[in-house]
Ligand binder design. Sequence first.
Ligand code: KG4
Ligand code: ZN
Length: 328
Amino acid sequence: MILSIESSCDDSAISITEIKTNKLLFHKKISQEVEHSIYGGVVPELAARLHAEALPNILAQCESYFSKLKAVGVTSTPGLAVTLVEGVTMAKAIAIALDIPIIGVNHLIGHIYSLFIEKETQFPLTVLLVSGGHTQVMEVKNLQDIKTVAKSMDDSFGESFDKVAKMMHLTYPGGPLIQELAKDGDRLKHNFTVPLHQSPLIAFSYSGLKNAVRLAVLEEEKKEKPDFKDIAASFEHIATKHLTMKLKKYFKTNPPKTFAIVGGASANLYLRSQIEELLKPHHAKLLLSELQYCSDNAAMIGRVAVDMYKKGLFSSLESLDIAPRSQL
Ligand code: KG4
Ligand code: ZN
């Protein structure tokens, strides 16, 4: 079995995965959303302190597995430096105490592998990763052959939802709250410009849309009873249309056979429905993670660790370090 730890942002999580069967024997996650919500985003130092409390508590619940562990996996990149350190330090302590190898896992590969929890892998794949930290399209041939073909030039898709939510005085994380507010709104009420719509670039950008939404929010706030539902709906519509327009362009030269959406924001139902429409003419299969594994978790890190273990991709205990900013 492999014990795996995730602490790259604001979720403290540990999993135990059986190597032979990919079975998830244990998974516990403690989210810090409530603690960060009043700040409208994650406060790194607060997150690190909460990981230092939560991780040992979860670890104590896995003690019965210790004698069966063959390796320890841990998210070492990318993420917040002060929070990655919490997980990596704990993983090193476990590796030394139990005399087992350590496996440094890339969090982005973790999101891709959230598709394969308790399952066999399925490659090749075209993947759209939409999370709080990333918006990127990847061509995935296998664990060791992943090519990023498009990414955001500024904010990420999820982050733009968080920032728009903050403008509307909603709490963090904003994605689910904007989705809820948008449900009863008019998607066509505000005619926001689709980012980069005239650019031939296959890339993403959310800062301009965010500013356009800010102006609409300020205008709405002048009213006696401001109501943000139409702005939320129009924002969600344009944020999604930007993704689908760029994907449509990309598909012209690279038609997908199997397409997947992963990451915290892949839980967005409007995005899911629009991507389904986009894939229809290509007769492409759509893979989605289970809703509980879209956001950060240790089950996906454990699933990557199993494949890395089988390929002998261990890290050196002395040199495994955090790499907060590395990209795929
Ligand atoms: O993958 P994740 O848990 O953390 C990172 O690795 O960043 O993603 C969290 C992000 C947050 O920005 C959150 O607002 C967004 O995912 N999110 C959503 C939805 N649910 C979560 N964004 C849009 N619609 C949603 N339903
Ligand atoms: Zn993530």
